[in-house]
Design a protein around this ligand. Structure first.
Ligand SMILES: *Cc1c(COP(=O)(O)O)cnc(C)c1O
Length: 382
């Protein structure tokens, strides 16, 4: 079956009632049935909870549905969490590394690593140090396309070096889930996604996913999740399930829109000489690895720099179709002056998350706003 069919039908086998749309199960606890009276001492794993839920921190019906779909479309055993960061935290707890190698990546991933450094003396190193310092059991965390730029790093190259040293490769593929990018093909030992972004797609839920090829690891992760209390919520699971039905259409439209907008800006940058300085996106990268990583299309986040922070402050107000807000992946286009949420980034950087509106309308909106800014900042009086 193709992706679009899987997203809509993979979880049919979990139907418990005749409803076509699965119910929102708000219950935290489930009545024991006459056939479920098996003492805990006689259970050797938690898998039965997918069929017969007991308590919602341990498992609940819509999480079971989600994990069935994610396991299929992400090609492994999937485990869902209350957020993307809860998923990364779970991976760190599971692998318990002595060192973690990080490049430019989601700031919360750096913050979790800082907690591990503070409490457990986990050493943090840059990706350039893998070859020299990585040892068996260390984690190499690779994010591509990279937040906030929307450009790619050569994932395979880092993964190969990591594997030679016996390190474990986690790929955060949040910025380009399938069918855009298939992280297993790039050398992942574990894949991570923030479902808050493209899978959720409506800016109304938090969720995270880990995917492993090893059933034993996913069972351990599920057991740890019970004890860490990082289960995805009942209501969020329902929202995410609903979102998944239209996921492929959404991301393909977002991908196509982005390609058109970036092409427009790139080809017309001369129109904004007093405003636009740099544009970052994978479609503008010439490296061969980019096309071999983004096999299904362009990733729907790009960024650009303006001449001054003053311009960064005033651009969002001139846009009608881009909300000035953080986050990404939703159907509504967003723009963010990144200085507002990242102190280490270029302070003139604007990040754009492209939504599902018409590309034509988005281009008109962005070019109108840039033209206004150009007129304000050029000496030419119109
Ligand atoms: C948003 C994001 C996260 C964290 O996800 P939450 O669901 O907000 O916890 C991790 N990695 C990337 C690349 C992200 O964009």
């Amino acid at each position: 079956m193709d992706l679009s069919t899987k997203l809509i039908h993979d979880d049919n086998k979990h139907n418990r009632v005749p409803d076509v749309a699965p119910p929102i199960n708000v219950t935290t606890t489930f009545r024991y049935g006459k056939d479920d009276l098996i003492p805990w001492a006689e259970r050797d794993n938690f898998d039965f909870m997918d069929e017969t839920p007991v308590y919602s921190r341990e498992g609940h019906p819509n999480c079971t549905r989600l994990e069935t779909i994610f396991s299929d479309i992400l090609d492994g055993h999937s485990v869902c969490y209350s957020s993307g960061l809860a998923a990364f935290f779970a991976a760190m707890i599971h692998y318990n590394p002595k060192q973690v190698f990080l490049g430019q990546c989601y700031h919360g991933v750096h913050c979790i690593s800082d907690i591990f450094s503070r409490n457990f003396k986990v050493k943090q190193r840059p990706l350039e140090d893998i070859e020299q310092y990585a040892e068996e059991g260390d984690i190499v965390h690779l994010e591509s396309p990279v937040n906030p730029y929307g450009t790619c790093i050569d994932v395979r190259r880092y993964a190969d070096v990591a594997h030679k040293k016996g390190a474990i490769v986690i790929i955060d593929s949040t910025f380009a889930p399938p069918p855009i990018q298939y992280a297993w093909d790039l050398g992942a030992d574990m894949i991570m996604h923030s479902a808050t972004k493209y899978f959720g797609g409506h800016s109304d839920l938090l969720g995270g996913i880990l995917v492993t090829k090893d059933k034993k690891i996913s069972s351990q992760l599920k057991e740890d999740r019970i004890n860490l209390g990082t289960m995805i919520g009942n209501l969020e699971s329902y929202l995410l399930l609903r979102s998944l039905r239209t996921y492929e259409m959404r991301i393909m439209k977002q991908s196509d829109n982005t390609a058109q907008i970036v092409k427009y800006l790139h080809e017309n940058r001369d129109r904004y000489p007093h405003v636009l300085t740099k544009i970052y996106h994978s479609s503008l990268q010439k490296d061969d690895f980019v096309k071999s990583q983004l096999v299904g299309g362009d990733n729907p986040v790009f960024s650009f720099c303006l001449k001054s922070t003053e311009q960064c402050k005033s651009l969002p107000d001139k846009l009608k179709l881009f909300h000035h807000a953080t986050s990404l992946g939703g159907v509504e286009s967003l723009i963010e002056w990144r200085a507002l949420s990242d102190d280490k980034i270029d302070q003139t950087l604007m990040r754009v998350s492209v939504g599902c509106e018409s590309a034509k309308d988005l281009i008109v909106d962005i070019s109108t706003a840039l033209t206004q800014l150009e007129q304000e900042y050029s000496n030419v009086k119109i």
